[in-house]
Design a protein around this ligand. Structure first.
Ligand code: ZN
Length: 566
């Protein structure tokens, strides 16, 4: 009998609650609740949007877990990318350090993240090491199994979460790599034998990639190797620090052709250290040199791997291109390789970066010219192929923007999947699964942004962000008035300070007229026999000045009247 999505009682059911990752790329975190037990999958962070000035990053909101900390049986981490582990230092501490479960690379990266965040905090970690995908775990009423997946980082693992009411299958991030002759490397069809109802939660970033590049991982490496061996000057490769497998390959190949490699970028060096320690990169330690030793080697004997292929202002590649790097200067005969895909939103910055680069260097290679990147994610066809292999009862596309999830839904429907058995969930939605079916509960849990700025977690809210937006758009205008509290008269001069609005010295007329209007506004509000509140006078000044400045300039700076009563 086919399983239907319909209602049932809430007792003894599995609840699936995504706290993040359903309406964005990043801050991935999902709760699984069964009776009194909770298992968490991933604790990711997200980089801020353009309209969140000054915010360092965003983490999942865990207010749903307040008071339920003791029910948390474990936190499974699918792999070591920041959108899966980046929030762990903050959230693990807030939750009283529940045990974390993952493979070696992932656990080592979390440990390093914790130490970076707060020295000594890694000793609080309780870890359960997944030695192989054959391992089995019991976490409260949950039975946890694992399966092999392919992704652009070592030790990514797929997770199976079994309960008496349903089996969740979650590959984390995944791709479906093929050999040059088109054979798939990993087969998922064994997952179709898991107990029903099977709920497939599938990372669907690739749902919109309907025309994937035909380049295989092997061809990409071949292209990189060719560039490395043929370079007549030094070769600079810009990539993501998370592309550990690729950087490892570059190191191993450089050694083979007798070149030295310098890594630049804090997180990149850290990631490669971990991979080396775990034995995932096999090389002599002399192959790796520091950037300050680059000058000791002939230019055609060095490879530089650095971060910043997305044009991030402070990252290494930008500093090299703008001549702000202490040790690396670009020459015409150097080779510069962009080995990363463009993150949507960064297009313009990268174009500017390339313009500057083409002025300095004759050999700039990027994926439009030669495929020197393959994505670590699936394509639309891969999603359909995986659905065919796993044959789930319910399909939940995850870890992508809403429109991608909707596209994944369409892909499933196109190969015969019933729409009522697909759930495109928002952050905070609660899906209840029972033997008889699954349904979305009407109420969502709170998943509002928790923003991290410097040492502050969650203390910057909408009000602060709105102020920052105004300040960044039109600047600020401060009016300081000393007021005789008895006579209600202005004492001395009115002081005007402008930041990011106008240059005071070039605008004396505007400033003087503003001062005159402030005088008048104070007179108007205080001339009556009443003794008005300071705030009342300030509000009045703000209104009068704001209106005047807008009439004169068509700009709306933040107007801040400050009255000091003497
Ligand atoms: Zn990933």
């Amino acid at each position: 009998m086919p399983i239907q999505a319909h209602s049932g009682s809430a007792k003894g059911s599995l609840r699936i609650i995504p706290l993040g990752g359903q309406e964005e790329v990043g801050r991935n975190m999902t709760l699984f609740e069964y009776g009194g037990d909770i298992v968490i999958l991933d604790m990711g962070m997200m980089f801020p949007e353009e309209d969140m000035p000054g915010i360092d990053y965003i983490i999942p909101n865990i207010s749903y877990l307040k008071g339920k900390e003791k029910n948390i049986r474990g936190v499974i981490l699918s792999h070591g990318h920041l959108d899966h582990i980046g929030a762990a230092p903050i959230l693990l501490r807030q939750l009283g350090y529940p045990p974390i479960i993952g493979r070696d690379m992932t656990l080592a990266m979390v440990k390093k993240k914790l130490e970076d965040f707060e020295k000594g905090s890694a000793q609080n970690l309780k870890t359960i090491r997944v030695k192989s995908v054959e391992d089995k775990l019991r976490l409260g009423k949950f039975e946890i199994d694992f399966f092999e997946v392919e992704h652009s980082i070592m030790d990514a693992v797929g997770v199976i979460i079994k309960t008496p009411d349903g089996t969740v299958i979650h590959p984390g991030d995944w791709t479906m790599e093929k050999t040059p002759d088109g054979k798939r490397l990993v087969d998922y069809s064994h997952l179709s034998k898991l107990p029903s109802p099977r709920i497939l939660m599938l990372e669907s970033l690739g749902a919109i990639v309907t025309n994937p590049s035909r380049t295989t991982e092997e061809e990409m490496y071949h292209n990189l190797e060719k560039l490395m061996s043929e370079a007549t000057g030094k070769i600079i490769i810009g990539t993501f620090s998370s592309q550990i497998r690729r950087i490892g390959h570059i190191l191993e190949y450089a050694e083979k052709i007798g070149k030295k490699v310098a890594l630049d970028g804090y997180s990149m060096k850290m990631n490669i250290d971990i991979a080396k320690e775990l034995g995932y990169i096999k090389m002599h330690k002399e192959t790796l040199i520091t950037v300050n030793d680059l000058h000791k080697y002939p230019e055609n004997k060095v490879v530089i791997v650095c971060t910043g292929a997305q044009g991030e202002g402070n990252a290494v590649l930008s500093r090299i291109i703008t001549d702000n790097h202490r040790f690396i200067k670009v020459k015409k005969n150097d080779t510069i390789v962009f080995s990363s895909s463009v993150i949507p939103g960064n297009e313009r910055t990268i174009q500017r970066l390339k313009d500057n680069l083409y002025r300095k260097c004759d050999n700039v290679i990027h994926s439009d010219i030669m495929d020197v990147h393959t994505s670590g994610h699936c394509s639309a066809m891969d999603i359909q192929e995986l659905l065919r292999q796993v044959r789930p009862d319910f399909f939940i596309p995850v870890y992508a923007n809403h429109y991608m999830l909707k596209e994944a839904e369409k892909l499933a429907v196109r190969i015969g999947f019933r729409k009522e058995n697909i759930f495109v969930m928002d952050n905070g939605h609660v899906l209840e699964v029972q033997k008889g079916g699954a349904k979305l509960l009407p109420k969502k849990v709170d998943t509002s942004y928790v923003m991290v700025d410097g040492l502050g977690v969650g203390d910057v809210g909408q009000v602060v962000i709105r102020d920052r937006q105004v300040l960044s758009a039109d600047g600020m205008f401060v009016i300081t008035v000393i007021l005789d509290s008895k006579k209600k008269e202005v004492v001395g001069n009115i002081q005007i300070t402008s930041r990011g609005f106008i240059y005071v010295k070039d605008n004396f007329d505007l400033i003087n007229e503003t001062k005159r209007r402030v005088q008048k506004a104070i007179k108007d509000t205080t001339s009556k026999k009443t003794s008005p509140e300071k705030k009342f006078i300030e509000d009045n000044i703000r209104e009068v000045v704001g209106l005047y400045l807008f009439q004169q300039t068509q700009r709306r700076p933040m107007v801040l009247p400050v009255i000091i009563e003497v």
